[in-house]
Design a protein around this ligand. Structure first.
Ligand code: ARG
Length: 459
């Protein structure tokens, strides 16, 4: 491509470090889409003839078909996807192919292709997040009254329901999707036409290519257009946060499926056995979701580090944006699919969860609240009285509801038998009707709200 100046080819090691075709061939669809828009515009403004534009467009379509069907031979000597496509175009249509690169550079071309890829991938990730939210909301609706312990510090805190717990993830995922929506909006400007860095003297119509490629507008500064990758960083940041949420859920599945917890069972489809211990049912998919976040956050860090010292505008360092980006977003897609599968598959073990919810004095707060409501104690005093009652029950090795009224009155005389009305886990859960609280009626309403909203996003 630059034989005008260069007499000798590159050293083998130069080709090795320079070539990106092994990974950027993933951008072939975007590359062809961008070139088609570019050549249509060049023809519209009269920079290339209609006849040449037509033959270039047909040639590009033919190249696309070859790549799609696996007949295309990618060449490392041609460095990257842009030059591989252009060179094949020249073989197919002859010298007219040389006109495609008018008023364009690989710098704006790669900025465009990568943006298009990220945009396409964001759309797919958002759809997958909605899918997972749907699976969670359906389970939540089905198990709105399934009592389980709620934890802080992984210590039993207050009873909640399985449905309420799952809806917590629906909320997190809702924000994850909205972060991707935001990133998409901000990145939806077309860099094509910035050319190498300074723009071009050809009378191009950047609004036309922007529109043809589904962008809101062309980018406003040519140096920025070829020199920044913050659109990729934002997608990676949003992906990292989403992956963090998935990883927490995965961690809970790992805990819940232990023999010690036994809150949830995964079917054979989402468990693996051990080659030595016949009794094992390992939640490998959940562990992998928990583990794979490392590569996603790694890609975010990697690209931040690549970019942080680069003077404007383009530097070849920026070719290092791709592998991490491709891997991270594909990995998130895989993790979302795996979590959706596990969510649909998992069966809560209702008795185990309910028993555990009653253990650990989880209704102590209900007792304290009763003391406040019925005896008008200040909450701090009620907390103290309750603490003494819990200590007594713990010394006897019984639950709060198993203490006698006399035992309770020994701590505070004013307590009446009505107190037993609030000590059961069902009552505790049903009483938490504050907005966003754990009461089954709330949970059902929230699950239905989500299912309705999600159905709309599908339409
Ligand atoms: N393969 C390059 C990349 O991914 C394309 C841009 C090359 N531009 C250049 N001036 N060498 O960044």
């Amino acid at each position: 491509m630059w034989g005008g100046l260069y007499a000798a080819g590159p050293a083998a090691i130069m080709e090795e470090i320079n070539a990106s075709i092994d990974f950027d061939q993933k951008l072939w669809r975007q590359d062809i889409r961008g070139s088609l828009a570019h050549v249509a515009m060049l023809a519209a403004v009269g920079v290339v003839s209609k006849a040449d534009a037509k033959s270039i467009a047909q040639g590009l379509q033919a190249v696309g078909k070859e790549i799609e069907s696996g007949q295309f031979t990618f060449s490392r000597a041609l460095e990257d996807i842009h030059m591989n496509v252009e060179s094949r175009l020249a073989e197919l249509i002859g010298p007219a192919a040389g006109r495609l690169h008018t008023a364009r550079s690989r710098n704006d071309q790669v900025a465009l292709d990568t943006r298009l890829w990220v945009r396409d991938t964001i759309d797919q990730l958002i759809a997958q997040i909605r899918e997972l939210q749907g699976a969670l909301a359906e389970k939540a609706l089905a198990y709105a009254d399934a009592i389980m312990p709620g934890f802080t510090h992984l210590q039993s805190a207050q009873p909640t329901t399985f449905g309420h717990h799952l809806l917590a993830y629906v909320e997190m995922l809702g924000r994850d999707a909205s972060r991707l929506v935001d990133a998409r909006k901000r990145m939806n400007e077309c860099p094509l036409g910035a050319a190498a860095l300074a723009g071009t003297s050809f009378p191009i119509d950047r609004a036309m290519t922007a529109k043809a490629l589904g962008f809101d507008r062309p980018t406003a500064n040519s140096l920025d257009s070829v020199g920044d990758r913050d659109f990729a960083l934002e997608a990676l940041a949003a992906a990292s946060i989403c992956a963090m949420h998935l990883s927490r859920f995965a961690e809970e599945i790992v805990i819940w499926t232990t023999a010690q917890f036994g809150f949830v069972r995964l079917s054979d489809q989402f468990s693996t056995g051990s080659s030595i211990m016949p009794q094992k049912r390992n939640p490998d998919a959940a562990e992998l979701v928990r583990g794979k976040i490392g590569r996603i956050i790694g890609a975010l860090n990697g690209l931040l580090i690549v970019m942080k010292g680069l003077p404007l505008t383009y530097g070849k360092d920026m070719q290092e944006d791709k592998e991490g980006l491709f891997d991270a977003l594909s990995t998130l897609s895989l993790c979302l699919a795996a979590m959706t599968g596990m969510t649909r598959d998992m069966e809560p073990q209702l008795d185990r969860m309910r028993d555990a919810a009653g253990a650990g004095y989880a209704t102590a707060t209900d007792l304290a609240d009763w003391l406040v409501r019925t005896l008008n104690l200040p909450f701090r005093d009620a907390h103290h009285v309750t603490g003494r009652i819990v200590a007594l029950a713990s010394k006897r090795g019984v639950g709060l509801e198993e203490l006698s009224l006399a035992d309770m009155q020994a701590v505070d005389q004013r307590i009446t038998k009505d107190v037993f009305g609030v000590l059961g886990v069902e009552k505790s859960v049903r009483s938490r009707t504050s907005y966003g609280g754990t009461a089954p009626a709330n949970v059902r309403r929230q699950a239905q709200r989500w299912l309705k909203a999600l159905a709309k996003t599908k339409g």
